[in-house]
Ligand binder design. Structure first.
Ligand code: BGC
Length: 415
């Protein structure tokens, strides 16, 4: 009730427009602040500037975008939203539901987006049959990154099962090499957790436990194994992991201060920004046991109902983001693959090519699912219920049984 009143006032104030943004500019909120992310957003900024549109940057750092969403909410409630913002899929649906987003169908129809955007992404880009967001990429969050030199020097092979992963990590630990670079932040722990769920349980278990939030699967023997594996991972990270940003963990792997990282392919953006070649100094393989499935998260840009002649800029920006050449250049820097299904992959590195081929195969096998950690499996409140338990378990001595029970309870309560 209270929220509705605030929202109506906010929408009314929106039509006055933000003080910062003029008719020839777009103010864009995003959370792309690491080296690779900065390079990718730079591609968009340059593209828009070449069209005579000034870029007003509103970056809020914090992987996974939690902090950005909080800041965005504050601006929107105050009646001063940016022209456009970066969203993960479920957030698009939430904000569209609250009637904040502007209709892009006019440009979508003209450019026939239906033909080039895969149905799995249209599910988030469209609200009640109308386009309200533009997808810029397809990220895959379940990868394992490995320092090639450490693996070569120690005669190790990339692990393809969780048992192999543990054996590899134990060997490294015995030699005094830090096995796993990680940052203690809920989205990082959840990124690892969903890889373990998929890797140990398989796609049907992921569907039940994550997409359907089925309490019985939370209490299953498989879920106990998942939390056992998370406890093992906790033993492979260093003491200073709490609060470390994901990109700092990545640089530990690049420098050889740690052997591996479990993280999405935005890691590749860091490698490229550091003048490395993904698959060379740092090797990529899908997280153990997850071969054949594809979890995804997509970054969308949605436009706020700001009114006035800023709408023309918004339609131009939407069209620019969907441009095939732009999608190629942007995704080469970002580490993801294009959201459009008609962009050639020949300029992409081996990990990117693998991602595109795996997506095709997983789509045919019906094993493509949204990422929980990255806003494509559950709405915010339910996602929070999962993340709270995952984080609490990882950062305490909670038993697997207690964690599984807590998860089943939290999920029922969040329904
Ligand atoms: C976003 C990526 C971003 C990553 C780390 C994910 O949720 O989809 O674009 O690079 O978070 O910030």
């Amino acid at each position: 009730m209270k929220w509705n009143v605030i929202r109506i006032a906010a929408v009314a104030a929106c039509t006055l427009g933000s003080a910062a943004a003029s008719a020839q500019s777009v103010e864009v909120m995003h959370w792309w602040t690491s080296g690779g992310e900065g390079a990718a957003i730079g591609v968009l900024k340059k593209d828009l500037e070449s069209r005579g549109i000034q870029w007003i940057d509103m970056a809020v750092s914090g992987g996974g975008g939690e902090a950005a969403m909080t800041a965005l909410r504050a601006r929107a409630v105050a009646g001063n939203p940016p022209t456009s913002a970066q969203f993960l899929g479920m957030a698009v649906v939430d904000w569209a539901n609250e009637d904040f987003l502007s209709d892009l169908t006019e440009v979508a129809t003209k450019e026939n987006w239906d033909r080039s955007i895969p149905p799995a992404l249209q599910r988030f880009a469209k609200f009640k049959g109308k386009y309200v967001a533009v997808p810029v990429n397809i990220h895959r969050p379940h990868w394992l990154w490995m320092n090639a030199r450490i693996f070569n020097d120690n005669g190790l092979r990339p692990p393809t099962t969780w048992d192999e992963f543990n054996a590899t990590a134990d060997k490294l630990k015995a030699k005094g090499i830090l096995p796993l670079a990680m940052g203690g932040q809920p989205f990082q722990e959840a990124t690892a957790w969903e890889s373990v769920v998929l890797g140990l349980g398989g796609p049907d278990f992921y569907r039940k436990a994550v997409i359907e939030a089925d309490p019985a699967s939370m209490k299953s023997a498989t879920m106990l194994k998942v939390f056992d594996q998370m406890r093992k991972l906790r033993g492979y990270v260093d003491r200073n992991f709490a609060g470390r940003d994901w990109n700092l963990a990545t640089s530990m792997v690049i420098k050889g201060d740690a052997a591996m990282q479990l993280m999405g392919d935005w890691v590749k953006g860091e490698l490229i920004a550091a003048k490395g070649t993904p698959g060379k100094e740092v090797l990529c393989i899908v997280a153990p046991g997850t071969q054949g499935s594809f979890l995804f998260n997509t970054d969308f840009f949605a436009m706020f109902k700001v009114g006035g002649n800023r709408r023309a800029m918004q339609l131009t920006m939407a069209s620019a983001v969907m441009n095939p050449t732009f999608q190629e250049t942007f995704n080469l820097a970002k580490g993801s693959i294009p959201a459009r299904s008609d962009v050639p992959m020949d300029k992409f590195d081996a990990c990117g090519k693998q991602s595109a081929a795996d997506l095709k195969a997983a789509t045919a096998a019906n094993h493509v699912y949204g990422s929980l950690a990255h806003g494509h499996a559950q709405p915010a409140a339910m996602q929070r219920a999962y993340l709270d338990v995952i984080t609490k378990h990882f950062n305490s001595d909670m038993s697997s049984k207690d964690a599984a029970e807590a998860l089943a309870k939290a999920v029922v309560a969040a329904r």
